[in-house]
Design a protein around this ligand. Structure first.
Ligand code: GLA
Length: 375
């Protein structure tokens, strides 16, 4: 069987060059398709199929998740994340759908921070702040891809070599993310980041989810659980004020499940400032699962598991229906939500927040899992 499988793979590679790469083993499979080139680098779409026959698609452009096809409680499969059909749309469309964001995910106040007595200046791409590593951050780069062999599950590694001072961040930095798609419908994202001199790091995946299926209604009827006893309130530019506020008695208490839309319109200062939920929750990090999304209508469940101290819960408040994604789906206001696992926003300027210092001595290692199931 194994030999037959390898033979079929070899035939596919020979007859359709550039379209197919080889299988990891007889059942788990990664196929590769060309999407074109960007800044002289080849861009590919990888299709990862697990033993259940469930499929995700990822690309080395922005090290992105493009598609996640998972069943509802009746076994009907649909894509539950935002993505585009072609490279041109990725380059011109919303910059963050499914992307790996770095070197500093989320905001840095006024595009400035000091490190080792030196002040660094960053591009302002979200007045008056820097957002998601700046306009040409890691989301907008073609990463070097490698389909991993001899793994338990289909897995692809993307690597980005960030030159010293690109987008204003010090250090020749090497960022790696390995995407693994397990037979339990988990996307495991393993990150490793190294530097040759002191710098700051905050890395996340910026996938949008709609458990009805992307482009099918809003997410206000999704039930959310976030195991966080506190959050970081923001000013009107979405920069944390430095306060760590208890969620107790507020619309930010998701320690028991609540519908996204249940309290989003409440007269509460932070919901006004955030235009909805667009806040960093300080994870308790006690139980295995840090956050969970449940869609009562389809039964789909997304669990988020991370070793990071925070998660940005964002309810798609800036989506406006101008983006058309895979299969002609239109991404309307609040039609997707994000759970961006991360360090806290603006940490380089906030001495009270956990450190985001990356030194040559110790790599940044981190894992986040998106686990899909039904109930
Ligand atoms: C993050 C931010 C939001 C928004 C989105 C991208 O979630 O916190 O304010 O910028 O990214 O649109």
């Amino acid at each position: 069987m194994l030999k037959q499988g390898l033979f079929i793979c070899a035939v596919l590679v020979l007859t359709m060059p550039g379209i197919f790469s080889c299988v990891n083993n007889k059942k788990d499979m990664v196929t590769t398709e060309s999407l074109g080139t960007f800044e002289g680098k080849d861009v590919f779409l990888y299709t990862l199929t697990n033993k259940k026959g469930d499929v995700i698609r990822i690309t080395n452009y922005g090290a992105s998740i493009v598609e996640i096809n998972v069943p509802d409680r009746d076994g009907q499969k649909t894509n539950v994340t935002f993505g585009y059909d072609d490279l041109d749309s990725y380059i011109k469309g919303d910059p963050y759908f499914g992307k790996v964001v770095g070197q500093y995910a989320n905001r840095i106040a006024k595009g400035r921070f000091s490190l080792d007595g030196v002040e660094y200046t960053l591009a302002i791409n979200n007045e008056p702040n820097t957002l998601h590593g700046g306009p040409t951050g890691w989301h907008s780069r073609a990463w070097d891809p490698e389909v991993l062999k001899n793994t338990d599950y289909p897995a692809v590694k993307f690597t980005y070599h960030k030159p010293d001072m690109e987008e204003g961040y010090p250090g020749n930095v090497v960022a790696e993310v390995v995407y693994t798609w397990t037979d339990d419908n988990e996307i495991i994202m393993d990150y490793k980041v190294t530097t040759d001199r002191n710098t700051v790091i905050n890395i996340t995946n910026h996938a949008y989810f709609n458990l009805h299926g992307s482009g099918q209604g809003d997410i206000l009827d999704h039930e959310i659980l976030i195991r966080a006893s506190a959050f970081t309130p923001v000013d009107s530019t979405l920069i944390p004020t430095g306060e760590l506020r208890s969620v107790e008695g507020t619309p930010f208490d998701f320690r028991t499940p609540h519908l996204t839309g249940e309290r989003i319109g409440d007269e509460y200062d932070q919901l006004k400032l955030g235009r909805g939920y667009d806040h960093n929750f300080i994870l308790d990090n006690i139980e295995e699962v840090d956050a969970e999304v449940y869609d009562p209508s389809t039964g789909r469940v997304l669990q988020v598991i991370t070793d990071q101290p925070g998660v940005q819960f964002y309810t798609g408040n800036f989506l406006d229906g101008t983006q058309t994604g895979r299969g002609g789906k239109v991404y309307a206001y609040r039609s997707g939500l994000c759970l961006e696992t991360q360090h806290f926003p603006d940490s380089p300027n906030q001495p009270g927040f956990p450190s985001v210092l990356l030194t040559p001595e110790e790599p940044f290692l981190s894992s986040t899992i998106y686990r899909f199931s039904v109930r």
